[in-house]
Design a protein around this ligand. Structure first.
Ligand SMILES: [Zn+2]
Length: 192
């Protein structure tokens, strides 16, 4: 299921709408200095997507303050950091590897064409950067019983599948979205 979502143009249309909402909220809140935010998008060329989905992911929303020139980049469900793959592909591929999925799942994973060295790097990120992040230190409290961190993000997807069906991937991307912005921890503390 999740593998199909990660390449489905309709899924990316949905993600784009969510990112649009994040961007509108960010713009409405203005810069920390109180200045007006102007659009200053980052062009992106994510790999592993069919053409129609690519057009939903060819930029990242970002803003520049008219007064202090500071950048403000909103949360995103499409991009997790500066990776050349979308957040959906990064999560799905990492989860399949972490869960030692079925042969069919592995074949679908191969179809995404992510090099083994990249997959290894992502798994390392989940095992170290993610679990040691302030985001996880605060965010893990919402999972009762605790999530098995050694199997993240498969264990996270499973938890969202159990509590928020039918689209656990979407729920997980939304939950991770503060990680994609510089203000991740403060927003978690504020309960945003
Ligand atoms: Zn400013």
């Amino acid at each position: 299921m999740c593998h199909l979502s990660a390449r489905n143009p309709n899924f990316y249309h949905l993600l784009l709408h969510i990112d649009q909402d994040f961007a509108e909220q960010t713009r409405a809140q203005r810069c920390r200095c109180g200045g007006v935010l102007h659009s200053a998008r980052y062009p992106r060329k994510p790999r592993g997507l069919p053409g129609e989905a690519r057009s939903c992911c060819d930029f990242r929303y970002s803003f520049c303050c008219a007064d202090c020139r500071c950048r403000t980049t909103p949360f995103s469900v499409r991009f997790l950091g500066r990776r050349v793959y979308t957040a959906a592909i990064m999560v799905v591929v990492s989860a399949t590897r972490a869960s030692a999925g079925t042969a069919a799942a592995m074949r679908q994973l191969d179809a995404l064409g992510v090099p083994p060295s990249t997959i290894a790097r992502w798994r390392q990120w989940w095992a170290t950067d993610f679990v040691n992040s302030p985001f996880w230190a605060l965010g893990q409290a919402m999972f009762v019983p605790p999530v098995e961190t050694g199997r993240a993000p498969a264990s996270l997807l499973e938890r969202f599948a159990a509590t928020l069906p039918p689209e656990p991937l979407l729920c997980l991307l939304r939950w991770l979205s503060p990680l994609t912005s510089g203000s991740a921890v403060s927003s978690l503390r504020e309960g945003r």
